[in-house]
Each structure stands twice: as C-alpha cells, then as structure tokens.
Design a protein around this ligand. Structure first.
Ligand SMILES: C[S@@+](CC[C@H](N)C(=O)[O-])C[C@H]1O[C@@H](n2cnc3c(N)ncnc32)[C@H](O)[C@@H]1O
Length: 304
C-alpha cells in the first residue's frame, strides 16, 4: 500500500497489490484513551486533528483511538467515502484490548484508493452542495386598493416564516416572523415620507433578522428577509407589487452550500488552536444572498 497526495482530499492510501474481499488491510493505529483524556486533547488540538479521534464502544465502554500523531502509519491516512467504499473498520479484541482494523469489503486491485465510511453523516466535505429540493420558498403577495400584502415563506427544513405586511395610507406595516425552530421574531415597520423603511432585530435566541422594506409611490414594495439561525438556513425573499396592485408569486429553489474552514493559525496570546468555522450559504436562482458562520464538532464512532 502506498500513500499518495490528492489536491482535494490531501493524502490518501492506495493499494499496490491485489486484495480479496475480507482480507485484512491495515490497522488504524493510535493511543487508546478515555473520554476525559479525549476531552483534554481536544482542547489542545487544532481542529483539523479532531478527525483523528476515532470513537469506539468496547465492552460497554466508550473509548477513543487517537491517531493524531504523524507516526508514519497508513491507517490514519485513509479517506472517507460514504457512497462507494471498499473497506470497513472493525474492532478486534486482542488480550482484552481493542484494535481498529480495516478489512476489504470487495476485491481491490493495484492502484485503487482504499476508503471506508467514517460513519457520521455530517462531515463537512460530504455536504458541500446539497440538493436543490431541500428548501422551497413559496411567496405570495397581493396588494389591493389599500396596499395590503400577505406573505408566507415555508421551508421543508424546519423553518416556517409567516409574514404579513400592510401598507395603508400612512405606509405603516406590521410584520411577524415565526418559526417552529425556537425562533420568534415580532417586528413592526413603518414607511414614512419616502415610503422606505429598514429594520434590524436581534432575538435573545442568538438569531438575527434583518428586514428592509420600501413602498414606492407606484405601490411597488420590496422586502428582504434574512433569517439566520443555528439551523443552517438563511432565507432571502423579494416581493414586488406592480402598479396595478397585482400580487406576484415566486417559487425559489434554494441550494444550501457549506464549506468547512479551519484556520492553521494559533491564538497570538495563548498559542491555543482556533475553532474551525463552517460557512453556510443559501443560494437561489432568483436571489443570491446570505451567509452563516458556525463551528461544529464531530467524531466518528464504532461499536464493537
Ligand atoms: C483521517 S484524515 C485522512 C488523511 C488526510 N487526507 C490527510 O491528508 O491527512 C481525514 C481528513 O482527510 C480529509 N478527507 C477525508 N475524506 C475526505 C473526502 N471524502 N473528501 C474530502 N476530504 C476528505 C479531510 O480533511 C479529513 O479531515
């Protein structure tokens, strides 16, 4: 087996001979540590090293194999593949100690990359682009004589936003943004003189809602709603009511794009590692907007 470099995945391990299904391939070598020690190391480690902490359940006990140290072994360099993999990690009990060993799940030819399924579905590289059916935003608005609009933004991924606007003679509006994921924002808008209004609301659940709204003389209204939550979704919607006060309906297909960014820098004062950031962006064909930034930690787990 050899270790080669790939510009997307970093290093990887490639077979240099034939392996048959169920052959032993390589050991995932590292220190066997307890939860307390794992937590201590996590605090010390740079985020990029967390992936090397392999969690396993052995004889009813949670343990970790820490392969963060560059020790020249190949097991720690094998990349994840959750779709089409050719090997599987198993816990082998030798003298009542666990050993993580990789076995071929199919015949492997020379030159093929060895991969296995890391098992947790949220590794950042797995969801760089998710399907366009994940979020659907449906918007309807009708501005009748008195310029009243109602808007509903509904997504199939846990966020429901219901907004009602009314632009009466004095161009005042009321807006409610309600979600079923702990987000409740109640705001009111008023568009005086030039019929323009801008609003920013920060809720005590760490969510920021920024709304800008303008009602021009010709009854054209533009509304933008950015809902930033720790549930990865940002919604940006624009509505327009033409001169004849007719409502416009738009169905936006949004694409969730997330990228994990881990800094190689250390803190200047304590030399400790920084948290990795995960950037989440929502993009739609009609509107491009929004970004969210949060850190997330995951480990891979095996059960013996
Ligand atoms: C256990 S290491 C594997 C060896 C790693 N490629 C290296 O160069 O050290 C896991 C890291 O490899 C990368 N990786 C593994 N599988 C990947 C995949 N399918 N796509 C992109 N990156 C992957 C990620 O950066 C991950 O944090």
């Amino acid at each position: 087996m050899t270790n080669l470099k790939n510009h997307l995945l970093g290093r990887g391990v490639f077979s240099s001979s034939h392996y048959r299904k169920e052959d032993f391939l390589v050991e995932y070598r590292g220190d066997i540590i307890t939860k307390e020690e794992c937590e201590r190391r996590r605090r010390l480690y740079h985020n990029a090293l967390e992936v090397f902490l392999f969690q396993l359940l052995f004889n009813g006990r949670l343990l970790w194999v820490d392969a963060a140290r560059e020790d020249g072994s190949l097991g720690r360099l094998i990349n994840d593949n959750h779709i089409n993999t050719n090997s599987k990690m198993k816990i082998i009990n030798v003298d009542r100690k666990p050993y993580l060993c990789l076995f071929a799940t199919k015949d492997i030819s020379p030159g093929q990359e060895i991969t296995y399924n890391y098992d947790v579905s949220e590794w950042p590289w797995r969801n760089k682009v998710t399907s366009d059916t994940e979020i659907q935003t449906s918007t309807s608005l009708s501005c009748a004589g008195q310029k009243t609009g109602t808007q509903k933004v509904t997504s199939d991924t846990e966020i429901q936003t219901s907004t009602s606007l009314s632009c009466a003679g004095e161009n005042g509006g009321t807006q409610k943004v309600t979600s079923d994921t702990e987000i409740q924002t109640s705001t009111s808008l008023s568009c005086a003189g030039e019929n323009g209004g801008t609003q920013k609301v920060t809720s005590d659940t760490g969510i920021q809602t920024s709304t800008s709204f303008s009602c021009a003389g010709d009854n054209t209204g533009t509304q933008k709603i950015n809902v930033t939550s720790d549930t990865e979704i940002q919604t940006s919607t624009s509505l327009s009511c033409a001169g004849d006060n007719t409502g416009t309906q738009k169905i936006c297909k949004l694409y969730v794009i997330s990228v994990a960014v881990s800094s190689l820098d250390k803190c200047a004062s304590c030399s400790g590692p920084y948290n990795a950031f995960k950037w989440v962006r929502v993009k739609c064909k009609i509107i491009l907007k929004s970004s969210e930034n949060y850190a997330r930690r995951k480990t891979k787990t095996m059960v013996s």
